[in-house]
Write a protein that binds this ligand. Structure first.
Ligand code: HEM
Ligand code: 2DC
Length: 418
């Protein structure tokens, strides 16, 4: 997309498979797009995900629901996952998981016989992320940061990665065609979603049983799932569908973003030092800057409901408009010296105006946003307090589209106890 914007300018139309879209890159156009959105925004709904649910007769959660059905679920979920009061309560849960990671990293550094830990942290961070989201959703620990990892939890992690990986080759095929396909990619995709749904179902069932047997202590926070069940305002099937999406959505997203963040901090020792000094002095950190160089989502998309004028083009209702998020993050017109990691660029008077879109925008923005931000902020603070992050500076790492954006080669990082 970055290349096409260079070739065609800040707006172009394209057809991928059976799907047509108008692609934009400037914060100004993004502002026009999102300011015109109504109360029921719709994004491109990923065809293989829809096809799987129809094939297995599984209910949609907020990710795939539309219209009023989406809105009523989403409003209930917002209260439990995005509202400031509830989010406060996540801090101790996420801190605990972070502390376990630190303990594990120290032990690994000790074990190596040297006094540091060098590794590709992908799988460690997947486990950290699943442990984190499950603590928040279910109020329970899985123990994924211990030496022995429950094979079922590991299977869940592998299934989410496979689900993303098998989505991209089928991304632009119509759902009706997909389910009649017997290709390996489709079979793997079905296997992956089956594993995701069955594991989430087990977790949900455990919580449900503990609640019924009054095994849950009602004095401390019991997790998002418990709150939803106790309120009794959403049918259990709808709760289950969205909790499953949150559990799956909580693994690769924050872990990859953290891996990139550590990589950038390792390559910019001065920034790392400044940030560490800030953390040590204040025992807190300003808000984490929005993912820009390394967004999870390559684009944001909306089906517009009214006519919109972008770059002097009149775009008719029902058009799919995509904001090239990755391309915007690396556009020198929007971010001077875009490739440079300068988190300070986010400080100052409203520099974010439709530029900090890593979690999307408006009523349809990321449901896990506050959980993800807190989880990443707490983790980075704990890491900076305890370790120096280093990497081999010469290694260039590119970005690969695997439905979400991920590093195109393994990133080796060193954690050196301070
Ligand atoms: C939607 C990014 C973590 C669950 C989205 C969207 C983006 C996004 C760009 C689309 C928003 C839009 O269309 O405006 C991210 C990033 C993450 C992250 C960058 C971490 C760095 C999470 C986590 C969860 C989650 C931890 C688990 C709770 C969801 C769900 C939706 C969503 C359920 C669909 C919401 C709806 O359609 O109503 N995310 N996400 N995400 N995300 Fe995240
Ligand atoms: C992929 O062209 C590329 O947060 C497509 O946690 C357009 C598109 C549509 C929806 C996007 C998707 C892209 C990337 C992954 C996203 C997804 C919406 C939510 C999802 C951004 C950009 C994600 C990763 C969720 C996933 C939850 C799921 C595992 C249940």
């Amino acid at each position: 997309m970055a290349r096409k914007f260079q070739q065609f300018g800040p707006i172009y139309r394209e057809k991928l498979g059976v799907y047509e879209s108008v692609n934009i890159i400037t914060p100004r156009d993004a502002a026009i797009l999102f300011q015109a959105e109504g109360t029921l925004p719709e994004r491109f709904s990923v065809p293989p995900w829809v096809a799987y649910r129809n094939y297995r007769n599984k209910p949609y959660g907020v990710l795939l629901k539309t219209g009023e059905a989406w809105r009523s679920d989403r409003l209930m979920l917002n209260k439990e996952a995005l509202s400031p009061q509830v989010v406060e309560g996540f801090v101790p849960l996420l801190s605990q998981v972070g502390e376990d990671f630190i303990r594990r990293a120290r032990a690994q550094a000790g074990k190596s016989g040297r006094e540091y830990w060098t590794a590709d942290f992908t799988h460690e961070l997947f486990r950290f992320a699943l442990e984190s989201i499950c603590h928040v959703l279910y109020g329970e620990r899985l123990g994924l940061l211990q030496d022995f990892v429950d094979p079922e939890a590991q299977r869940f992690i592998d299934a989410v990665a496979l689900m993303f990986h098998t989505t991209s080759p089928m991304l632009y095929l119509p759902p009706a065609l997909l389910r009649h396909l017997n290709a390996k990619t489709w079979r793997d995709h079905v296997w992956a979603w089956d594993a995701i749904f069955s594991q989430a179902d087990k977790c949900i069932h455990n919580v449900y049983r503990d609640l019924r047997l009054q095994r849950k202590s009602t004095t401390e926070y019991m997790g998002i799932l418990c709150s939803l069940i106790l309120q009794d305002k959403l049918p259990l099937d709808d709760i289950k569908a969205s909790i499953t999406e949150m559990m799956a959505g909580g693994v690769d997203t924050t872990s990859m973003t953290l891996q990139w963040a550590m990589f950038e901090l390792a390559r910019a020792p001065a920034v790392q030092e400044q940030l560490r000094a800030e953390v040590l002095a204040a025992k807190r950190m300003g808000p984490v800057p929005p993912p820009r160089l390394h967004p999870v989502a390559v684009t944001l998309q909306r089906y517009i409901t009214q006519e919109v004028i972008l770059q002097d083009y009149c775009i008719p209702p029902k058009t799919l408009v995509q904001v090239g998020l990755y391309a915007m993050g690396r556009d020198p017109e929007v971010f001077p010296k875009p490739e440079q990691f300068i988190p300070q660029r986010w400080l100052g008077a409203d520099p974010k105006h439709f530029k900090g879109l890593g979690f999307g925008f408006g009523p349809r923005q990321c449901l896990g946003r506050r959980i993800a931000e807190l989880e990443m902020q707490i983790f980075l603070m704990q890491i900076l307090e305890n370790f120096k992050i280093e990497t081999m500076r010469a290694v260039e790492v590119g970005t690969k589209f695997d439905l979400i954006l991920i590093p195109d080669k393994p990133i080796y990082l060193t954690l050196r106890p301070l």
